[in-house]
Design a protein around this ligand. Structure first.
Ligand SMILES: [Zn+2]
Length: 435
């Protein structure tokens, strides 16, 4: 046990029985609160024939209806608010590019609990009151900046609210103010790392750890950031609907993220049927918030595909761990029995500096699935030297194997040679459907 690295050791290292007791009690209370104050969800429950009296323990959770992003849009803007507006102090919002944005509401109590979750993440990454935490997530409606900022205050660290962008100034402050913990997206961390290496400033920075989230990243990218900046890189998970970053976070074991189970009950379901799957099976992540006042969501379907693990963790924390999200349930493909997501492939390509112009071709040859990826090179990469192109293809094949766990044939093609379609790009061609 290493409770000195826990923000709330009595909670983070509580027994499974204690956690379950908290969950049972808080779930019942939240269901009553929602049923009494949110007509939208009360209607969903009435239609399913469930009343608050039917929910007495976590084992009754599956009787409740699911909520999806469509419900959040339908109830926009105040339809899922469970408290009077006069009791709320904050609104945050998703960066959704299509359709209505999702807005979430917080009472002061909700903000305090959210910031405590972020404080747990910072301490799990080795943060203490002696650290200088540089937060370069965006501030404003986006939850990244405000969440980690509040968490850093709770730990008592010296907090630098940098927000995103302005790389020159980020690096100057990293050097001058001797920041020890960096919080931003993994892609920005890598960009910062590369710029720091180029400028020959690696020896001038005092960073020891980074907390990186809000987008998909691979283990390879983690190693790249860790090697370039000579730090430990930790993952963090969250979503605006369920409060923001800090729903789950990595500890020193760096093998999955502990979910704050005293605040959130997690389920894994089959995305097609809604059936609840046992721990260890891959499926869609569903959260029920059990301590929120203003915007408690019951059985919210995240669309993120994950695996849960209850294996004992060497850090001493007892809360269940979730894997990195492997993709979105909407666009999952099953190839050679393995779940593959276009987003995983895109992450590898972007990490390796390729433009997002690619096509994924799935086929079945002699009863066996094949996966081929056509990728455009940039004009700088484009070369008549066939050996150089072959070496680049091999590098991508290895990176994809490490991300997906299966072999994908890679075909690098000339710039602008993949046909552009009007409207949404056609990324996946699945020829298996023709058989
Ligand atoms: Zn752990």
């Amino acid at each position: 046990m290493s409770c000195t690295q826990c923000f709330q050791p009595e909670i983070e290292c509580a027994t499974q029985e204690q956690i379950r007791a908290w969950q049972d009690e808080r779930l019942c209370k939240t269901v009553r609160h929602v049923y009494a104050n949110v007509p939208y969800y009360r209607n969903l429950m009435d239609r399913k024939g469930v009343t608050p009296d039917d929910i007495r323990a976590v084992s009754d959770l599956r009787k409740l209806p699911f909520l999806t992003k469509d419900d959040l849009r339908a109830a926009y803007p105040y339809g899922l608010l469970a408290m009077p507006r006069s009791e709320c102090v904050r609104i945050q919002s998703t960066s959704g590019t299509t359709g209505k944005r999702v807005v979430a509401f917080y009472t002061q109590h909700d903000i305090d609990l959210w910031e405590e979750c972020c404080a747990r993440a910072i301490m799990a990454a080795g943060g203490t009151k002696d650290d200088v935490v540089q937060v370069c997530y965006g501030y404003g409606l986006f939850t990244g900046g405000p969440g980690l900022n509040g968490g850093s205050h709770k730990v008592g660290s010296l907090t630098l609210p940098m927000s995103s962008g302005n790389t020159e100034r980020q690096i100057q402050f990293l050097c001058d103010l001797e920041a020890t913990i960096l919080c931003c997206t993994p892609s920005y961390a890598l960009y910062l790392a590369e710029t720091i290496v180029e400028k020959g400033l690696v020896d001038r920075i005092k960073l020891k750890a980074g907390i990186f989230g809000a987008e998909a990243w691979s283990e390879e990218m983690r190693h790249d950031i860790e090697n370039k900046l000579r730090i430990k890189a930790y993952d963090i998970y969250g979503l605006t609907e369920i409060s923001g970053p800090g729903v789950a976070f990595e500890c020193r074991e760096q093998s999955g993220m502990h979910i704050n189970e005293d605040h959130f009950i997690v389920e894994i379901i089959n995305p097609e049927t809604g059936e609840v799957l046992p721990d260890g099976e891959k499926g869609e992540l569903v959260f029920t918030s059990i301590t929120k006042e203003a915007f408690p969501l019951l059985r919210y379907r995240t669309r993120d595909i994950c695996v849960l693990s209850r294996k004992k963790c060497s850090c001493g924390r007892t809360h269940v761990k979730m894997s990195k999200p492997m993709g979105r349930s909407d666009d999952m493909m099953i190839i050679k029995g393995v779940n593959v997501f276009p987003s995983q492939i895109e992450t590898v390509l972007i990490n390796k500096g390729y433009p997002a112009n690619y096509q994924i071709i799935v086929d079945r040859v002699k009863n066996s699935d094949t996966l081929e990826i056509q990728v455009e090179m940039t004009s700088e990469m484009f070369s008549d030297n066939l050996g150089a192109v072959a070496a680049k293809e091999k590098e991508l094949v290895n990176a994809l194997k490490s991300m997906l766990g299966i072999y994908a044939k890679v075909n690098l093609v000339a710039p602008k040679s993949i046909v552009r379609s009007e409207g949404k790009a056609v990324r996946v061609i699945d020829n298996r459907k023709l058989y």
